[in-house]
Design a protein around this ligand. Structure first.
Ligand code: UDX
Ligand code: UDX
Length: 489
């Protein structure tokens, strides 16, 4: 009995030594799995595959429909639109880049696993409305623990609250298979619309890991991957918590600049100053810098609001009320800006938009992407519909289905009510015909090239344009006959 026990223990021990050797001694990464074929996982893995032809990269996802689109012969059907992405997928797919729903199989075969699933703000229970919902992260960790047959390096790519690595570690260690799991934090800093350039020419790559020997070896394994195209001085290594927090803070600082300039836009409208002139004047101070000072209808996107709410929640949970309130103000200012813009439209249409056609040009949260998450357009349309307007929408990249999903998701009204008040057009001139007001909500380049004279001839007078992005040439429009409102002017 004793002997048998000794034998099994020895066998387990020696097996695990072999496994350890597999990755932590001979630290060569030949197979990567990325769980989550979304806006982050897709482009990031495509670039790794392009730059590391010797590594087999498999992107897996629960969503079969999404994976089928990634595998579609017709590259225009890729599930996300990013300039330059289709070309990279064309070069790598089927060679060393694969898209699959076989999650377990791929985990088993890989030494390194990226977690790139979505982490939405919680809509229920403890932390509702602020904390990140980590259920998908937990599911991934459980799946890795269940499928793994050898040591793994697990890389957090999704933006996560500080100390999430601890949760992942606990789940992985509970697998009781005697395997080693090293957790790294490697936040993405890619912005949609420029994801490929941001990946190819990153300002910096941040990798957080443990100070243990295995932790340091794992960091090195990931550094070696990035070194294929990023220079040494741009690869920063830190501890896991600094890396996790830096991601949240980077987004909070960027969003704070937008809220700051938007707060000043309201002041400009009252004082006669011009927000673009103010932004230019302060941006030329090299200590302030000129980026992220473009006043707008409010920031959107999957990250800014979610990450700040996370920061707000964490600070509050740690008893730092003043810190929490400070960052919460960035979100409140953004809500104020979206609200203010819809109110300006309503007021200028003689305080009623009931049964008036209002055209919204742009639905995505910024140009060059079909992503609509947290787009200001959704909230502006919702408020206008609440005021009984007939809202017409044109966006060059967002589908009708998506637009209806977005507005129905708010649950302000029934979907049949939304259908009565909202019309999606494929042709921009049809969208504008007989309109009482046209609002620019996304800065798509094509809106600057429209035949505004033609539009003027079909709209209701007085013809009004509300430029939520300060995109158009006001003088030119006014010459045609439009009354133009621009943010902060
Ligand atoms: C991003 C980032 O990863 C995150 O950092 C950021 O905070 C917001 O979301 P993104 O790539 O933009 O993720 O999300 P999304 O386009 O929704 O893609 C996530 C994918 O993960 C989806 O295709 C979903 O089907 C998949 N998924 C989710 C899984 O495969 N398994 C899960 O358990 C959950
Ligand atoms: C952001 C971060 O930039 C990126 O580093 C991170 O990895 C993910 O979150 P993204 O959300 O794709 O990227 O877009 P971003 O370009 O940052 O714009 C966010 C929002 O702010 C958009 O709605 C944009 O229109 C708005 N914005 C940005 C402004 O209103 N004014 C500006 O000057 C800049």
């Amino acid at each position: 009995m004793i002997q048998k026990h000794y034998f099994t223990t020895f066998q387990n021990h020696s097996q695990s030594l072999v496994k350890k050797k597999f990755i932590f001694v001979n630290m060569k990464i030949e197979n990567i799995t990325c769980i989550g074929a979304g806006y982050v996982g897709g482009p990031t893995m495509a670039v790794i595959a392009l730059k590391c032809p010797e590594i087999k990269v498999t992107v897996v996802d629960l969503n079969k429909e999404r994976i089928d689109l990634w595998n579609d012969e017709d590259l225009s059907k890729l599930p996300i639109y990013e300039p330059g992405l289709a070309d990279i997928v064309k070069q790598t797919r089927g060679k060393n880049l694969f898209f699959s729903t076989e999650i377990d199989k791929s985990i088993k075969q890989s030494e390194m696993i990226f977690i790139s699933v979505n982490t939405p703000t919680k809509t229920y229970g403890e932390g509702k409305g602020q904390a990140s919902d980590l259920k998908f992260i937990e599911l991934c960790a459980r799946q890795i623990a269940k499928s793994a047959e050898s040591d793994k390096i697990v890389v957090e790519k999704s933006t996560l609250p500080v100390r999430t690595a601890e949760v992942i570690t606990k789940i992985l260690k509970s697998s009781k298979k005697g395997l080693n799991f090293e957790i790294l934090s490697n936040p993405e800093f890619l912005a949609e619309g420029t994801a490929i350039t941001d990946l190819l020419y990153a300002d910096r790559v941040l990798i957080g890991g443990d100070s243990t020997q295995n932790g340091q070896k794992s960091i090195k394994a990931l550094v070696d991957i990035y070194k294929n195209w990023i220079s040494d001085e741009k690869i920063l290594t830190t501890n896991v918590w600094s890396s996790e927090l830096s991601k949240l803070v980077a987004n909070a600082f960027l969003a704070q600049r937008v809220s700051s300039i938007n707060s000043i836009s309201a002041l400009c409208e009252k004082s006669g100053a011009d927000i673009d002139e103010v932004a230019k004047a302060i941006g030329m101070d090299s200590r302030i810098g000129s980026k992220f000072l473009k006043s707008s209808v409010g920031f959107g996107g999957s990250c800014f609001q979610k990450d700040i709410l996370n920061l707000v929640y964490i600070s509050k949970s740690l008893g730092l009320t003043e810190v929490s309130e400070y960052w919460h103000q960035v979100i409140k200012m953004n809500d104020y800006q979206k609200n203010r813009f819809s109110s300006i439209i309503i007021k200028s249409l003689f305080n009623t938009v009931s049964d008036k056609k209002i055209t919204l040009l742009g639905w995505s949260f910024k140009k060059d992407t079909n992503d609509t998450r947290e787009s200001a357009a959704i909230y502006i349309a919702d408020k206008l519909i609440e005021n009984k307007a007939l809202v017409s929408i044109y966006d060059p990249k967002v589908s009708e289905k998506q637009i209806y999903n977005d507005i129905n998701y708010l649950k302000t009204r029934s979907s049949s009510d939304n259908k009565k008040h909202l019309n999606v057009h494929k042709n921009v001139y049809d969208a504008c015909e007989n309109s009482h007001a046209i609002a620019i909500l996304t800065e798509w380049d094509e809106f600057t090239k429209l035949d505004w004279g033609k539009i003027f001839s079909t709209v209701v007078s007085p013809a009004k344009v509300f430029d939520g992005r300060n995109l158009l040439d006001n003088q030119k429009l006014e010459k045609i006959g439009f009354e133009v409102f621009s943010i902060g002017k």
